[in-house]
Design a protein around this ligand. Structure first.
Ligand code: NAP
Length: 320
Protein backbone atom coordinates (compact mmCIF):
# COMPACT_ATOMS: atom_id res chain seq x y z
CA UNK A 1 0.00 0.00 0.00
CA UNK A 2 1.37 3.40 -0.95
CA UNK A 3 1.82 5.76 1.95
CA UNK A 4 -0.94 8.33 1.83
CA UNK A 5 -3.35 5.65 0.64
CA UNK A 6 -6.37 5.15 2.82
CA UNK A 7 -9.58 6.79 3.72
CA UNK A 8 -9.64 10.51 3.29
CA UNK A 9 -12.13 11.32 6.00
CA UNK A 10 -12.38 15.04 5.41
CA UNK A 11 -16.11 15.22 4.88
CA UNK A 12 -18.85 14.08 7.21
CA UNK A 13 -21.97 12.40 5.84
CA UNK A 14 -23.63 15.77 5.79
CA UNK A 15 -20.77 17.07 3.62
CA UNK A 16 -19.43 19.30 6.41
CA UNK A 17 -15.66 19.39 6.93
CA UNK A 18 -14.36 17.20 9.75
CA UNK A 19 -11.84 18.68 12.12
CA UNK A 20 -9.87 15.41 11.98
CA UNK A 21 -8.71 16.01 8.40
CA UNK A 22 -6.09 16.69 7.16
CA UNK A 23 -3.91 14.77 9.62
CA UNK A 24 -0.17 14.47 10.10
CA UNK A 25 -0.29 11.51 7.71
CA UNK A 26 -2.05 13.37 4.88
CA UNK A 27 0.19 13.56 1.81
CA UNK A 28 0.46 17.03 0.29
CA UNK A 29 0.74 18.09 -3.34
CA UNK A 30 0.06 21.41 -5.00
CA UNK A 31 0.64 23.92 -7.74
CA UNK A 32 3.05 26.85 -7.73
CA UNK A 33 2.48 29.87 -9.94
CA UNK A 34 2.16 33.65 -10.06
CA UNK A 35 -0.75 34.26 -10.26
CA UNK A 36 -2.22 30.94 -9.14
CA UNK A 37 -5.44 31.80 -7.32
CA UNK A 38 -7.58 31.14 -10.40
CA UNK A 39 -5.88 27.84 -11.31
CA UNK A 40 -8.26 24.98 -12.13
CA UNK A 41 -5.67 22.47 -10.85
CA UNK A 42 -6.92 22.19 -7.23
CA UNK A 43 -10.44 21.38 -8.48
CA UNK A 44 -9.12 18.78 -10.95
CA UNK A 45 -6.60 17.12 -8.64
CA UNK A 46 -8.72 17.03 -5.48
CA UNK A 47 -11.61 15.49 -7.41
CA UNK A 48 -9.27 12.75 -8.65
CA UNK A 49 -7.67 12.16 -5.22
CA UNK A 50 -11.04 11.94 -3.43
CA UNK A 51 -12.33 9.57 -6.08
CA UNK A 52 -9.26 7.34 -5.62
CA UNK A 53 -9.89 7.33 -1.85
CA UNK A 54 -6.39 8.64 -1.13
CA UNK A 55 -5.47 10.61 1.96
CA UNK A 56 -3.91 13.37 -0.12
CA UNK A 57 -4.63 17.08 -0.35
CA UNK A 58 -3.72 19.43 -3.22
CA UNK A 59 -3.41 23.17 -2.68
CA UNK A 60 -2.35 26.27 -4.60
CA UNK A 61 0.87 27.99 -3.48
CA UNK A 62 1.28 31.56 -4.71
CA UNK A 63 5.03 31.83 -5.37
CA UNK A 64 6.46 35.12 -6.58
CA UNK A 65 8.34 35.34 -9.86
CA UNK A 66 12.02 34.70 -9.16
CA UNK A 67 11.30 32.39 -6.19
CA UNK A 68 10.32 29.26 -8.13
CA UNK A 69 13.65 27.51 -7.73
CA UNK A 70 13.66 28.03 -3.95
CA UNK A 71 10.04 26.88 -3.67
CA UNK A 72 10.74 23.66 -5.57
CA UNK A 73 13.90 22.97 -3.56
CA UNK A 74 11.88 23.42 -0.34
CA UNK A 75 9.47 20.65 -1.26
CA UNK A 76 12.22 18.12 -0.44
CA UNK A 77 12.50 19.50 3.11
CA UNK A 78 8.75 19.84 3.62
CA UNK A 79 7.97 16.40 2.24
CA UNK A 80 5.59 17.79 -0.40
CA UNK A 81 5.03 14.79 -2.63
CA UNK A 82 4.37 16.48 -5.94
CA UNK A 83 4.15 19.92 -7.48
CA UNK A 84 2.46 21.12 -10.62
CA UNK A 85 4.35 24.09 -11.98
CA UNK A 86 2.81 26.91 -13.96
CA UNK A 87 3.88 30.32 -15.14
CA UNK A 88 6.39 31.82 -14.56
CA UNK A 89 8.29 29.00 -12.82
CA UNK A 90 8.67 26.22 -15.38
CA UNK A 91 12.28 26.88 -16.30
CA UNK A 92 13.26 27.64 -12.67
CA UNK A 93 11.66 24.38 -11.52
CA UNK A 94 13.74 22.47 -14.06
CA UNK A 95 16.89 23.97 -12.54
CA UNK A 96 15.84 22.87 -9.03
CA UNK A 97 15.40 19.21 -10.00
CA UNK A 98 18.12 16.60 -9.52
CA UNK A 99 16.96 14.71 -12.60
CA UNK A 100 14.87 15.56 -15.66
CA UNK A 101 12.99 13.10 -17.84
CA UNK A 102 14.18 13.09 -21.47
CA UNK A 103 11.15 15.17 -22.56
CA UNK A 104 11.74 17.79 -19.86
CA UNK A 105 15.42 17.83 -20.80
CA UNK A 106 14.56 18.54 -24.46
CA UNK A 107 12.07 21.28 -23.58
CA UNK A 108 14.19 22.78 -20.77
CA UNK A 109 11.06 23.24 -18.64
CA UNK A 110 8.96 21.13 -16.28
CA UNK A 111 5.31 21.24 -15.30
CA UNK A 112 5.60 18.32 -12.86
CA UNK A 113 8.00 17.74 -9.97
CA UNK A 114 8.00 14.47 -8.06
CA UNK A 115 9.65 14.16 -4.66
CA UNK A 116 11.18 10.69 -4.35
CA UNK A 117 12.33 10.78 -0.73
CA UNK A 118 14.08 14.12 -1.17
CA UNK A 119 15.27 13.45 -4.73
CA UNK A 120 13.41 15.75 -7.13
CA UNK A 121 12.50 14.56 -10.61
CA UNK A 122 11.16 17.00 -13.23
CA UNK A 123 8.86 15.99 -16.05
CA UNK A 124 6.57 17.63 -18.60
CA UNK A 125 3.12 16.12 -19.05
CA UNK A 126 1.81 18.85 -21.41
CA UNK A 127 2.78 17.09 -24.65
CA UNK A 128 1.55 13.64 -23.60
CA UNK A 129 -1.63 15.28 -22.25
CA UNK A 130 -2.17 16.89 -25.66
CA UNK A 131 -1.67 13.53 -27.37
CA UNK A 132 -4.16 11.87 -24.98
CA UNK A 133 -6.70 14.55 -25.95
CA UNK A 134 -6.14 13.78 -29.66
CA UNK A 135 -6.62 10.08 -28.93
CA UNK A 136 -9.96 10.95 -27.32
CA UNK A 137 -10.90 12.46 -30.69
CA UNK A 138 -9.95 9.18 -32.39
CA UNK A 139 -7.04 10.96 -34.07
CA UNK A 140 -3.40 9.83 -34.33
CA UNK A 141 -0.45 11.81 -35.80
CA UNK A 142 1.34 8.96 -37.62
CA UNK A 143 2.18 10.07 -41.17
CA UNK A 144 0.16 13.28 -40.80
CA UNK A 145 0.93 16.88 -41.76
CA UNK A 146 0.52 19.10 -38.71
CA UNK A 147 0.65 22.89 -38.50
CA UNK A 148 1.28 24.50 -35.11
CA UNK A 149 0.46 28.19 -34.70
CA UNK A 150 2.73 29.82 -32.12
CA UNK A 151 6.17 28.87 -30.84
CA UNK A 152 5.94 29.40 -27.06
CA UNK A 153 5.99 26.82 -24.30
CA UNK A 154 2.75 25.04 -25.22
CA UNK A 155 3.62 25.00 -28.93
CA UNK A 156 7.07 23.51 -28.22
CA UNK A 157 5.58 20.69 -26.13
CA UNK A 158 3.06 19.99 -28.93
CA UNK A 159 5.68 20.07 -31.71
CA UNK A 160 7.90 17.61 -29.84
CA UNK A 161 5.14 15.14 -29.02
CA UNK A 162 3.68 15.23 -32.57
CA UNK A 163 7.08 14.43 -34.07
CA UNK A 164 7.73 11.67 -31.53
CA UNK A 165 4.32 10.21 -32.33
CA UNK A 166 5.25 9.90 -36.02
CA UNK A 167 3.92 13.03 -37.77
CA UNK A 168 5.47 13.25 -41.23
CA UNK A 169 5.63 17.05 -41.16
CA UNK A 170 5.30 19.57 -38.36
CA UNK A 171 5.16 23.18 -39.55
CA UNK A 172 5.49 26.02 -37.06
CA UNK A 173 4.08 29.49 -37.74
CA UNK A 174 5.24 32.30 -35.45
CA UNK A 175 5.69 36.04 -35.71
CA UNK A 176 9.37 35.77 -34.74
CA UNK A 177 11.23 33.63 -37.29
CA UNK A 178 14.01 32.56 -34.92
CA UNK A 179 11.43 31.35 -32.38
CA UNK A 180 9.64 29.38 -35.12
CA UNK A 181 12.95 27.86 -36.20
CA UNK A 182 13.84 26.79 -32.66
CA UNK A 183 10.45 25.20 -32.09
CA UNK A 184 10.52 23.44 -35.47
CA UNK A 185 13.97 22.01 -34.64
CA UNK A 186 12.36 20.02 -31.82
CA UNK A 187 10.66 17.94 -34.52
CA UNK A 188 13.97 17.00 -36.15
CA UNK A 189 13.69 16.22 -39.85
CA UNK A 190 9.90 16.53 -39.77
CA UNK A 191 10.08 20.12 -38.50
CA UNK A 192 9.75 23.13 -40.80
CA UNK A 193 9.00 26.82 -40.46
CA UNK A 194 5.51 26.83 -41.92
CA UNK A 195 3.35 29.38 -43.64
CA UNK A 196 -0.21 30.15 -42.56
CA UNK A 197 -1.27 29.62 -46.18
CA UNK A 198 -0.24 25.96 -45.93
CA UNK A 199 -3.14 25.37 -43.52
CA UNK A 200 -5.29 23.96 -46.34
CA UNK A 201 -2.73 21.20 -46.79
CA UNK A 202 -2.60 20.28 -43.06
CA UNK A 203 -4.41 17.32 -41.46
CA UNK A 204 -4.10 18.98 -38.05
CA UNK A 205 -4.03 22.68 -37.19
CA UNK A 206 -3.22 23.60 -33.57
CA UNK A 207 -3.60 27.10 -32.20
CA UNK A 208 -0.97 27.49 -29.47
CA UNK A 209 -1.21 31.29 -29.29
CA UNK A 210 -3.50 33.18 -26.91
CA UNK A 211 -5.36 34.71 -29.91
CA UNK A 212 -9.00 33.88 -29.25
CA UNK A 213 -8.83 34.29 -25.48
CA UNK A 214 -10.97 37.09 -24.16
CA UNK A 215 -8.98 40.21 -23.40
CA UNK A 216 -5.76 39.45 -25.31
CA UNK A 217 -3.99 42.70 -26.10
CA UNK A 218 -4.21 43.72 -29.75
CA UNK A 219 -6.60 40.85 -30.52
CA UNK A 220 -9.83 42.06 -32.12
CA UNK A 221 -12.93 39.88 -31.70
CA UNK A 222 -13.20 37.65 -34.75
CA UNK A 223 -9.49 37.68 -35.55
CA UNK A 224 -7.92 34.35 -36.42
CA UNK A 225 -4.27 33.70 -35.55
CA UNK A 226 -1.85 35.10 -38.17
CA UNK A 227 -4.80 36.23 -40.31
CA UNK A 228 -5.67 32.61 -41.18
CA UNK A 229 -8.31 32.58 -43.92
CA UNK A 230 -11.26 30.37 -42.90
CA UNK A 231 -11.53 29.06 -46.48
CA UNK A 232 -8.29 27.14 -45.82
CA UNK A 233 -10.11 24.92 -43.29
CA UNK A 234 -12.49 22.13 -44.20
CA UNK A 235 -13.60 18.50 -44.03
CA UNK A 236 -10.96 15.91 -43.13
CA UNK A 237 -9.09 18.31 -40.88
CA UNK A 238 -8.90 18.46 -37.10
CA UNK A 239 -8.53 21.98 -35.70
CA UNK A 240 -7.45 22.14 -32.06
CA UNK A 241 -7.40 25.31 -30.00
CA UNK A 242 -5.38 25.00 -26.77
CA UNK A 243 -7.63 27.68 -25.28
CA UNK A 244 -10.49 26.33 -23.13
CA UNK A 245 -12.15 29.59 -22.03
CA UNK A 246 -14.11 30.43 -24.10
CA UNK A 247 -15.03 26.81 -24.84
CA UNK A 248 -15.57 27.64 -28.53
CA UNK A 249 -13.13 30.14 -30.00
CA UNK A 250 -13.69 32.01 -33.25
CA UNK A 251 -11.16 29.68 -34.90
CA UNK A 252 -13.14 26.62 -33.79
CA UNK A 253 -16.46 28.15 -34.90
CA UNK A 254 -15.04 29.05 -38.35
CA UNK A 255 -13.46 25.61 -38.74
CA UNK A 256 -16.68 23.84 -37.77
CA UNK A 257 -18.72 25.98 -40.15
CA UNK A 258 -16.47 24.70 -42.97
CA UNK A 259 -16.80 21.06 -41.99
CA UNK A 260 -13.58 20.54 -40.01
CA UNK A 261 -13.60 18.70 -36.69
CA UNK A 262 -12.59 20.78 -33.69
CA UNK A 263 -11.66 20.52 -30.05
CA UNK A 264 -10.58 22.97 -27.37
CA UNK A 265 -7.79 22.77 -24.78
CA UNK A 266 -9.77 21.35 -21.88
CA UNK A 267 -8.90 17.74 -22.78
CA UNK A 268 -5.19 18.59 -22.73
CA UNK A 269 -5.53 20.34 -19.39
CA UNK A 270 -7.32 17.37 -17.83
CA UNK A 271 -4.99 14.74 -19.27
CA UNK A 272 -1.79 16.52 -18.24
CA UNK A 273 -3.19 16.69 -14.69
CA UNK A 274 -4.29 13.03 -14.79
CA UNK A 275 -0.75 12.05 -15.75
CA UNK A 276 0.58 13.98 -12.75
CA UNK A 277 -1.74 12.10 -10.40
CA UNK A 278 -0.56 8.82 -11.94
CA UNK A 279 3.14 9.78 -11.56
CA UNK A 280 2.77 10.85 -7.93
CA UNK A 281 0.41 8.20 -6.56
CA UNK A 282 0.95 5.26 -8.91
CA UNK A 283 -2.82 5.12 -9.41
CA UNK A 284 -4.84 5.88 -12.56
CA UNK A 285 -7.35 8.63 -11.86
CA UNK A 286 -10.76 8.79 -13.51
CA UNK A 287 -10.59 11.26 -16.39
CA UNK A 288 -14.40 11.44 -16.31
CA UNK A 289 -14.35 12.56 -12.67
CA UNK A 290 -11.71 15.17 -13.46
CA UNK A 291 -13.63 16.43 -16.52
CA UNK A 292 -16.80 16.77 -14.47
CA UNK A 293 -14.90 18.75 -11.82
CA UNK A 294 -13.40 21.06 -14.46
CA UNK A 295 -16.76 21.69 -16.12
CA UNK A 296 -18.39 22.35 -12.74
CA UNK A 297 -15.67 24.87 -11.85
CA UNK A 298 -15.80 26.58 -15.26
CA UNK A 299 -19.61 26.72 -15.05
CA UNK A 300 -19.41 28.31 -11.61
CA UNK A 301 -16.98 30.92 -12.88
CA UNK A 302 -19.11 31.65 -15.94
CA UNK A 303 -22.07 32.28 -13.61
CA UNK A 304 -19.95 34.54 -11.41
CA UNK A 305 -18.54 36.30 -14.47
CA UNK A 306 -14.95 35.45 -13.40
CA UNK A 307 -13.96 33.27 -16.39
CA UNK A 308 -11.81 36.08 -17.77
CA UNK A 309 -9.70 35.86 -14.61
CA UNK A 310 -8.10 32.62 -15.78
CA UNK A 311 -4.42 33.39 -16.19
CA UNK A 312 -2.85 33.38 -19.61
CA UNK A 313 -0.20 30.73 -19.35
CA UNK A 314 2.72 32.88 -20.34
CA UNK A 315 6.27 32.92 -19.06
CA UNK A 316 8.51 35.97 -19.46
CA UNK A 317 11.08 33.83 -21.27
CA UNK A 318 8.49 32.41 -23.65
CA UNK A 319 8.50 28.93 -22.14
CA UNK A 320 5.35 27.18 -21.05
P1 NAP B 1 3.69 31.53 -24.45
O1 NAP B 1 4.82 30.69 -24.01
O2 NAP B 1 3.62 32.94 -24.01
O3 NAP B 1 3.63 31.49 -26.06
C1 NAP B 1 2.66 32.19 -26.77
C2 NAP B 1 2.98 32.13 -28.25
O4 NAP B 1 1.93 32.82 -28.94
C3 NAP B 1 4.28 32.83 -28.61
O5 NAP B 1 4.84 32.22 -29.72
C4 NAP B 1 3.78 34.25 -28.95
O6 NAP B 1 4.64 34.96 -29.83
C5 NAP B 1 2.50 33.91 -29.68
N1 NAP B 1 1.56 35.03 -29.69
C6 NAP B 1 1.12 35.75 -28.63
N2 NAP B 1 0.24 36.69 -29.04
C7 NAP B 1 0.16 36.56 -30.40
C8 NAP B 1 -0.55 37.27 -31.41
N3 NAP B 1 -1.38 38.27 -31.10
N4 NAP B 1 -0.38 36.86 -32.69
C9 NAP B 1 0.45 35.85 -33.00
N5 NAP B 1 1.17 35.16 -32.08
C10 NAP B 1 1.01 35.52 -30.81
O7 NAP B 1 2.29 30.89 -23.99
P2 NAP B 1 1.95 29.36 -23.85
O8 NAP B 1 2.12 28.98 -22.42
O9 NAP B 1 2.65 28.61 -24.91
O10 NAP B 1 0.36 29.37 -24.11
C11 NAP B 1 -0.16 29.56 -25.41
C12 NAP B 1 -1.67 29.27 -25.40
O11 NAP B 1 -1.89 27.90 -25.05
C13 NAP B 1 -2.44 30.09 -24.36
O12 NAP B 1 -3.69 30.41 -24.91
C14 NAP B 1 -2.61 29.14 -23.21
O13 NAP B 1 -3.75 29.42 -22.45
C15 NAP B 1 -2.76 27.82 -23.94
N6 NAP B 1 -2.34 26.66 -23.12
C16 NAP B 1 -3.25 25.70 -22.87
C17 NAP B 1 -2.88 24.58 -22.14
C18 NAP B 1 -3.89 23.50 -21.89
O14 NAP B 1 -3.62 22.62 -21.06
N7 NAP B 1 -4.99 23.52 -22.57
C19 NAP B 1 -1.58 24.45 -21.67
C20 NAP B 1 -0.68 25.46 -21.95
C21 NAP B 1 -1.07 26.57 -22.68
P3 NAP B 1 5.68 36.04 -29.23
O15 NAP B 1 6.71 35.25 -28.48
O16 NAP B 1 6.18 36.70 -30.45
O17 NAP B 1 4.90 36.94 -28.33
Amino acid sequence: MLSGEGTRGHLSRTGRPLRTWPTSATALAGVIGDPVEHSLSPALHNAALVDLGLDWAYVAFPVRAGRGEAAVAAMAELGIRGLSVTMPHKAAAARACQRLTPVAERLGVVNTVTNLGGYLVGDSTDGPGFLDALTDQGWGPTGKHCLVLGAGGAARAVVLVLAEAGASRVGVVARRPEQAQEAAALAGEAGTVGSIDSADDADLVVNATPVGMAGVEGDRPGDLPFGLEPKRLGPGQLVVDLIYAPATTTLMAQARARGAETCNGLGMLIHQAARQVQIWTGRSPSVEVMSAAALRELGKRAEQGTLGDLPQLREPNGSL
